[in-house]
Design a binder for this molecule. Structure first.
Ligand SMILES: Cc1cc2nc3c(=O)[nH]c(=O)nc-3n(C[C@H](O)[C@H](O)[C@H](O)COP(=O)(O)OP(=O)(O)OC[C@H]3O[C@@H](n4cnc5c(N)ncnc54)[C@H](O)[C@@H]3O)c2cc1C
Length: 318
């Protein structure tokens, strides 16, 4: 797998990550943003944002985010779509793992927001990593020729279901309400021969054995009895507001509420690692606050890297 090096690796391309990248790129630090999906973060799904200083009041969150991302890219940020599934912060170089490659940074910024969801279905937490997944790009290939279910009707669910159609024999798409007829992506998804849409249907339970998931129970609004579907993978995409730290493991100190602990410089307890924006689970989650966090972290990183100009690569042994 290819290894990419940079001064700053930022996980998440929301207002926090883009602002941090703007500042670090302008400070001549080689900066990479790894962003799962530019359409699913908290700002991206905000219909209208009327309180971000200096921009027209009728701008959509998605448009504002596009502007932020383009500005960072203009100053040299390397923006890549990639879902991070793991990090290693033990060495001087911080390592970030994605299906698209391994990224090594002299500094690492966690900016993945708080659109994570607490496990909300019976069996979801028990089978996480053993049939339950939140990332089709990462795990889809494991389900070649098998049956899977996608739970949820939002944009992320539709995109991920589409990815799964390339591998799975059948993708059971389970939505509690019907997608609107002008939702082109949803309509296209339903046309695919290996997609079975379960309209007005709720997931009741994910079940299995030591080998992992082997069935789910769903209930259609109009039917009396729940139905059991035999399948091996369940991809859950319900929105929520839990800090996204699943890729962190126990390497960074978190608060009881799941937010990352930082100091005044946005530094975490691990040297060389910063955390900004909603991932901190602050009481006031706002785009301008996330952007401000990004600025603080960037200036702190600049100072940190200037004092450590001679860090050498430690993963090439020749
Ligand atoms: C419905 C709604 C309305 C809102 N309205 C307003 C408002 O009017 N005004 C206001 O100021 N604020 C508003 N907010 C709050 C504001 O949007 C957030 O505070 C802000 O977007 C947080 O920025 P962030 O960069 O920390 O996270 P996000 O904007 O959530 O961005 C996080 C990014 O990280 C990416 N990511 C997540 N996991 C991974 C991973 N594993 N690998 C790679 N990338 C990953 C996501 O795809 C996303 O692009 C609203 C929020 C919501 C949900």
């Amino acid at each position: 797998m290819e290894i990419f090096e940079s001064d700053v690796v930022i996980i998440g391309g929301g207002p926090a990550g883009c602002t941090c990248a703007l500042y670090t790129s302008r400070a001549n630090l080689k900066t990479i943003i790894l962003d799962k999906n530019p359409s699913v973060g908290a700002l991206a799904i905000t219909h209208q944002i009327a309180n971000y200083p200096g921009v027209p009041v009728d701008i959509s969150g998605e448009k504002l985010l596009d502007l932020m991302r383009e500005q960072a890219i203009e100053y040299g940020t390397d923006y890549r779509r990639a879902q991070v599934f793991g990090i290693d912060v033990s060495g001087e170089w911080k390592t970030v793992y994605t299906p698209e490659g391994t990224f090594k940074g002299k500094s690492l910024v966690l900016a993945s927001g708080a659109m994570g969801r607490p496990a909300s279905f019976k069996g979801e937490a028990d089978f996480l990593g053993r049939g339950v997944s939140y990332c089709a790009t990462c795990d889809g290939a494991f389900y070649k020729g098998r049956e899977v279910a996608v739970i949820g009707a939002n944009k992320e669910a539709i995109e991920e279901a589409n990815v799964l159609t390339k591998f799975a024999s059948t993708v059971h798409w389970i939505t509690s309400s019907d997608p609107k007829s002008d939702n082109e992506e949803a309509m296209e998804l339903m046309q695919l021969s290996n997609v079975k849409h379960w309209s007005r249907t709720r997931l009741l339970e994910i079940a299995g054995d030591d080998m992992g998931v082997n069935n789910i129970t769903v209930k259609n609004k109009q039917e009396e009895q729940p139905i059991k579907l035999a399948l091996e993978g369940v991809f859950v995409y319900m929105s929520g507001s839990k800090p996204i730290t699943d890729f962190v493991g126990d390497q960074i100190a978190l608060k009881e509420d799941g937010g990352v602990i930082v100091d005044d410089f946005m530094s975490t307890n691990s040297e060389g690692v910063w955390a900004i924006g909603d991932i901190r689970n602050t009481p006031f989650k706002q785009a301008v606050v996330a952007a401000s966090d990004g600025c603080i972290a960037a200036m702190s990183i600049d100072r940190y890297l200037n004092s450590r100009k001679n860090i050498r690569v430690d993963w090439i042994h020749s």
